[in-house]
Design a protein around this ligand. Structure first.
Ligand code: NAP
Length: 476
C-alpha cells in the first residue's frame, strides 16, 4: 500500500465503518472492474462481481465474491457496469432484476460521435426501470491501483435521479474522490468526451508556435543561406544549426508574447467602441483570451532556447575562428583596433535590456503556475500579469530594436528586397505597445474604467442590431 493510499484509508476510517455492511455489485471483471472493486473494498464496502464466467475469471481483489450477473445483482442496490458499451445488450435480459436499482455507467468511446446517443442514455433505454448515473469514466484503472494523484481525484457525475446521484456521490467520497455534479443524464455525452480531450487549451498555441517557427525558419533560410549561396557563391549552410535557430526562437518568442497582450487590447477597443461591457466578445476573441497562459508559456520556453543558444556563442568554431583570424590579421598588419564607444553602449544596452526582459519573463511564467497563482489575490495576479507583462513586452521589444540599431536604415539589410526577421517580428509588439499607450491616455482610460464599472453609452450600435448581451459582467 502506498503512502498516499494509507493516508486515504486512514482518513476514511469512519466512513468505511459505516459502509461496512453495504454490498455493491460490479459487472465485469476486467481492468476497471478489478481496480474499482479493490478501492471499494478498501473503503469498507462489500463487493460482489457479476461475470459471464464466474468460475474462471481469474484473481479478484481479496474479499470479493463472484457470481453470475443475475445472482450478483440480487442483494445490491448499486450496480457498477464495467463493461464496454458494445456488450450492453446483455443488460436488456436483466431488466427485471435491475428494476429500481442504481446503474452506474463508466464507459468511454474510442472517438467522439461514434454512436448517435450517449452510452449512459443507451443504457437507460435498455433498462428503463433503473436509475442510470454516469460516473468514474474519467478515472483510469491504472491510477486507481497505483494511488490517485490530484488530477485523477475528480469524479464527474450526472443522472436524472437526485437520489441515485447522491448514492454514487457518497461511495465516491468514501473512496477519497471529489465529486463534481454535472446535472442530468443529458450531460453524459459531454462527460464521455472528457477523456478524449488531448491538451485542449494547448492546441491553438502549439499550432501558432509551429506555424510561426516554420514560417520564420524558411524565411530566414532564404534570406541568410540561399541568398549567400546564389548571390555570393558562399556555402553558409552550417549557420542553420545555431545562427538560424537563435534568430527564429527569439523572433517567435517575441511575437507570441505580444499575442498574449493583443487580445486584451482588442477587447478594450471593442468595449470602447460598443460603449458597454455587457455584450459578448466574438467567439474567436474569447478562445484566444482563454489560451493566453499557454501562449505565454510557449513564448517563455522559446526565450529560454534563445538564452541557451546565446550562451554557447563564444565556444562556436565559427566565432573562435573569426576572432583568431581577426587578431592575426591585426598583428600581421601591425594595426590596433579602435575602441568603439557607441558600439559598447549599444551592445551593453542590448544585453542588459534583454537580461531584464528575460528575468521578468521568468517571473511571469512562475506566477502563472497554479501553485503560485493560487497564493495570490486576483489584484496581485492581475498586477503581475498585466503591468509587469507589458513592461516585459516593452523590454523585449526594446531589446530587438537595439539589436537592429541603425540597420533599419541600411539598404544592404534588405536582401532581395525583404526585411530581416527581427524587423518583421517588431510589427505586432510595436502595435500592441502603441495601442496600450493610447489606452492609458487619461481621457481614454477614464472612459474605459467607467465602462468596466458598468456604465453604458445609450446608443449601443450592437444593441440596435440585436447582438447578444451577457447578463453577467465579464472580468477582463
Ligand atoms: P476490459 O478489461 O476489457 O473488461 C471488460 C469486461 O467486460 C470483461 O472483463 C468482461 O468481464 C466483461 N465483458 C466482456 N464482454 C462481455 C459481454 N459480451 N457481455 C458481458 N460482459 C462482457 O475493459 P475495462 O478496461 O475494464 O473497461 C470497462 C469499461 O470501463 C469500458 O466501458 C471502458 O470504456 C470503461 N473505462 C475503462 C477505464 C480503464 O482504465 N480501463 C477507464 C475509464 C473507463 P467478465 O468476463 O467477467 O464477464
Amino acid at each position: 500500500m502506498s503512502g498516499q493510499e494509507k493516508t486515504d484509508s486512514m482518513c476514511l476510517g469512519p466512513v468505511g465503518t459505516a459502509a461496512e455492511r453495504e454490498l455493491l455489485c460490479v459487472f465485469g471483471t476486467g481492468d476497471l472492474g478489478r481496480s474499482l472493486g479493490q478501492r471499494l473494498i478498501q473503503a469498507g464496502y462489500r463487493v460482489v462481481y457479476g461475470s459471464r464466467r464466474p468460475h474462471s475469471c481469474g484473481p479478484l481483489p481479496h474479499g470479493a465474491q463472484v457470481l453470475s450477473h443475475a445472482a450478483a445483482v440480487q442483494s445490491a442496490s448499486v450496480v457498477i457496469v464495467c463493461v464496454q458499451r458494445e456488450h450492453y445488450d446483455f443488460l436488456e435480459s436483466l431488466a427485471p432484476q435491475l428494476k429500481g436499482k442504481v446503474l452506474v455507467d463508466v464507459s468511454n468511446n474510442l472517438k467522439k460521435g461514434l454512436y448517435p446517443e450517449a452510452n449512459a442514455e443507451y443504457m437507460q433505454r435498455l433498462v428503463p426501470g433503473a436509475s442510470v448515473v454516469k460516473a468514474f469514466n474519467t478515472l483510469s484503472a491504472w491510477a486507481l491501483q497505483n494511488g490517485l494523484s490530484d488530477a485523477n481525484r475528480q469524479v464527474y457525475i450526472c443522472g436524472d435521479s437526485a437520489e441515485a446521484k447522491q448514492m454514487v456521490a457518497d461511495l465516491s467520497t468514501s473512496m477519497g474522490l471529489s465529486v463534481v455534479d454535472r446535472g442530468s443524464l443529458s450531460a453524459s455525452r459531454e462527460l464521455e468526451d472528457f477523456p478524449l480531450q488531448l491538451f485542449p487549451q494547448w492546441r491553438l498555441p502549439l499550432w501558432l508556435a509551429t506555424g510561426l517557427t516554420a514560417f520564420f525558419f524558411f524565411y530566414l533560410l532564404t534570406r541568410d543561406i540561399i541568398y549567400a549561396a546564389v548571390e555570393q557563391k558562399k556555402d553558409t549552410s552550417f549557420r542553420i544549426m545555431v545562427s538560424l535557430a537563435n534568430k527564429v526562437f527569439p523572433i517567435v518568442s517575441l511575437i507570441m508574447l505580444s499575442l498574449c497582450y493583443l487580445p486584451g487590447v482588442l477587447a478594450a477597443i471593442l468595449q470602447l467602441y460598443r460603449g458597454t461591457k455587457y455584450r459578448r466578445f466574438p467567439d474567436w476573441l474569447d478562445r484566444w483570451m482563454l489560451c493566453r497562459k499557454q501562449i505565454g508559456l510557449l513564448a517563455l520556453a522559446l526565450a529560454f532556447l534563445h538564452v541557451f543558444y546565446t550562451l554557447i556563442i563564444p565556444i562556436r568554431h565559427y566565432v573562435r575562428y573569426h576572432r583568431t583570424q581577426h587578431a592575426v590579421s591585426l598583428i600581421r598588419e601591425n594595426k590596433t583596433a579602435e575602441f568603439d564607444n557607441t558600439l559598447a553602449w549599444r551592445t551593453d544596452s542590448y544585453y542588459s535590456v534583454g537580461i531584464l526582459g528575460f528575468g521578468l519573463y521568468v517571473v511571469l511564467g512562475i506566477t502563472s503556475l497554479p501553485s503560485v497563482s493560487n497564493a495570490l489575490s486576483w489584484r496581485e495576479f492581475n498586477y503581475i500579469q498585466s503591468k509587469l507583462g507589458f513592461l516585459t513586452l516593452f523590454l523585449c521589444t526594446l531589446h530587438a530594436y537595439l539589436y537592429g540599431w541603425n540597420k533599419f536604415l541600411k539598404l544592404s539589410t534588405y536582401k532581395w528586397y525583404t526585411p530581416p526577421g527581427y524587423m518583421l517580428c517588431l510589427i505586432i509588439p510595436s502595435v500592441v505597445l502603441f495601442c496600450k499607450l493610447l489606452l492609458l491616455l487619461p481621457c481614454v482610460d477614464r472612459s474605459l474604467t467607467r465602462i468596466r464599472q458598468g456604465w453604458e453609452r445609450r446608443s449601443d450600435p450592437g444593441a440596435e442590431r440585436g447582438e447578444e448581451r451577457i447578463s453577467q459582467p465579464l472580468m477582463r
